[in-house]
Design a protein around this ligand. Structure first.
Ligand code: F6P
Length: 386
């Protein structure tokens, strides 16, 4: 796919419209990659809103239910009732659908010559919100979706953000829902891989998602007793990883488990990217295969790789993620009830607090190299390839 893009400029924003005090009819959407817990948030929002006498409408596939209503059989909007959210707390995915393509503020439109132009459809979206008489939006999403929510808020929409991502890379909240489920599953996989690695005296390299942050790799790697963990925050030297596996062999441990984050980068090298498509975030992947090949070459020991990929996004949320999701949904509705806007609900144990959307989307939360979990890993002798 061609990637030539022309950017359009938009007219200066209108000053933020004065927001009416009472809320009666709200919209909710889910954007970006799905994460276990989305349905629990939706259920919580719907019940808490209905209990206040409000109406709740779900927008399908991020904002596409409003921007491309004709592409949906039901017109892109779904009235959410007690019936529609019954029995969904424990289900993975999202009953509203989601997308990580088609940012309304940089909407890719194909031109006859095959090139793409990015169009800002933000104001059109605001008009659609007004036409449907939505008093407010609760946007459930990661950094991309919440940045869009922040811009819509600046243009006058009443918006509350709910942080979601298995990657846990959102700033201003101690954790996002979906992360615990992803880490738990990855840890279970590492447990399973230990016995087969040992039986065959192999090195097993396990690739996990996480984009540009190493949270999933670090937490699953430590909990799943990996021998080496490679994270984007620490460029790795493959010789150092090989030395670790060889040292284990000398000690009679003829197998090793290496966890590698999809965004990990070798010293002096580049990130392993599968695809870059217009309107999509770049797709990462392939680093485990490279690491396994190199380890086999250097050590002479058989090395295999496994990519956990989207398995980390599926399945039921853990109890911890369910509870967090239900708390986030309820807090988002309370925020609207209290007249708030332009904020994100955030976990600050033991409470859920409100932080400005602008602050939450300013920077990515990566693993601090001096955090306690890193210190624990180093004390345990886990190699980071440095
Ligand atoms: O942000 C969540 C995430 O699962 C990342 O860990 C991963 O890089 C990305 O989404 C994959 O997205 P998709 O395959 O859905 O385009």
């Amino acid at each position: 796919m061609t990637s030539r893009i022309t950017k359009t400029t938009r007219a200066p924003s209108r000053p933020a419209a004065k927001q009416q005090a009472t809320v009666k009819r709200i919209a909710v959407n889910t954007g970006g990659g799905d994460a276990p817990g989305l349905n629990a948030v939706i259920r919580s929002i719907v019940l808490c809103a209905l209990n206040r006498g409000w109406e709740v409408i779900g927008i399908r596939d991020g904002y596409n239910g409003l921007l491309a209503p004709k592409t949906f059989k039901d017109g892109g909007l779904i009235k959410l009732t007690r019936e529609s959210v019954r029995g969904i707390t424990h289900l993975g995915g999202t009953i509203l659908g989601t997308t990580n393509a088609g940012n309304p503020l940089h909407y890719p439109v194909r031109r006859p010559d095959g090139s793409y132009i990015e169009v800002d459809r933000g104001d059109e979206l605001l008009r659609a919100f007004a036409r449907h008489r939505f008093d407010a939006l609760i946007a459930i999403g990661g950094d991309g979706s919440l940045s869009i929510a922040n811009e819509l808020s600046k243009r006058g929409l009443r918006v509350i953000g709910v942080p979601k991502t298995i990657d846990n890379d959102l700033d201003q909240t101690v954790v996002t829902f979906g992360f615990d489920t992803a880490v738990s599953f990855a840890t279970e996989c590492l447990d399973r891989l230990h016995s087969t690695a040992e039986a065959h005296r192999r090195i097993l390299v396990v690739e996990v998602m996480g984009r540009y942050a190493g949270w999933i790799a670090l937490h699953a790697g430590v909990a799943g007793t990996a021998d080496a963990i490679l994270i984007p925050e620490i460029p790795f030297d493959i010789r150092s990883v090989a030395a670790k596996t060889q040292e284990r062999v000398r000690r009679g441990r003829n197998f090793s488990i290496v966890v590698v984050a999809e965004g990990a980068v070798p010293v002096g090298g580049t990130r392993s990217v599968i695809a870059k498509e217009v309107g999509h975030a770049e797709r990462l992947g392939g680093i485990a295969e490279t690491v396994a090949k190199q380890l086999q070459e250097i050590t002479g020991q058989e090395a295999r790789h496994v990519v956990l990929g989207h398995l980390l996004r599926g399945g039921s949320p853990t109890t911890s993620d369910r509870l967090l999701s239900l708390r986030f949904g309820a807090a988002a509705v309370r925020a609207l009830d209290e007249g708030k806007s332009g904020i994100m609900v955030a976990l600050d144990p033991p409470t859920v607090r409100y932080v400005p959307l602008a602050a939450a989307t300013r920077r990515m939360k990566v693993v601090p190299l001096d955090c306690d979990t890193m210190k624990t890993a180093r004390d345990l002798g886990i190699c980071f390839g440095d």
